[in-house]
Design a protein around this ligand. Sequence first.
Ligand SMILES: NC(=O)c1ccc[n+]([C@@H]2O[C@H](COP(=O)([O-])OP(=O)(O)OC[C@H]3O[C@@H](n4cnc5c(N)ncnc54)[C@H](O)[C@@H]3O)[C@@H](O)[C@H]2O)c1
Length: 242
Amino acid sequence: MTNERLKEHVCIVTGAAQGIGLATARRLATEGASVFAFDIAEPTEETEGIQWIACDVTSPQQWQENVERVVADAGPVDVLVNNAGGVGSYADLADTSRADWDRVIMLNQNSVFFGMQAVLPSMIERSTGSIVNVSSMWGIIGTPGVAAYQASKGAVTMITKNAAATYAGRGVRVNSVHPGFIWTPMTEAQDAGITQGLIDKTPMGRAGLASEVASAIAFLASDDASFITGIQLLVDGGFTTV
Ligand SMILES: NC(=O)c1ccc[n+]([C@@H]2O[C@H](COP(=O)([O-])OP(=O)(O)OC[C@H]3O[C@@H](n4cnc5c(N)ncnc54)[C@H](O)[C@@H]3O)[C@@H](O)[C@H]2O)c1
């Protein structure tokens, strides 16, 4: 069920060429938003209501330039969804190379810092705005391996709470969404044994859909969540309950 609760909202969604980001961009557009998709890749499918902007979220300079473009084109940014990210390396801590560590932290963690810095001044000035950072269930509970990914997602959890606490009195809400195992091009590419193990451990007995994460993001982005800031919204089929 959708509605027009994001009408006249200017929204940026990163990593929106596929997967959770694409589903989110579509969902926000369906709810009436002007959506700008920031990605290094071309979209896999064209969608009405979404404008594509080539942007590498690991570059603070590209963030500044492209946010200025959005503002010039559509007006100030109301919603930022920091979704771009990737596993990068499945290695455990002892085997994680410095290069892998830096790459994953840059993509998953520093990009969120850059993105929030690019939109926050205007949100604070206008006393309105909603930021949704896509972390992971691995940003809340531990798992073996994927050391850099887990560290980066944990950092996203805490910088979200930090920004929520800092800006709660200035009209800006900041929340994080924590997907469990979701079918996307990212997880379709991973080892089948890892995939089956994660599904087996999910109480609902299946993988989630990108659209199911998108609906949680759209809720937090919208005024339906007007008294909600600093939460960690798990979308994990019950994975973290057991
Ligand atoms: N799929 C899951 O099971 C799952 C679980 C937990 C968390 N997540 C998180 O959800 C988010 C989306 O995951 P997904 O499964 O849809 O991934 P995906 O790999 O299918 O899509 C990621 C998108 O990010 C883009 N991207 C990568 N590097 C970029 C960069 N430097 N600048 C701009 N865009 C860039 C890619 O081009 C791609 O379009 C990620 O942050 C991921 O960590 C996913």
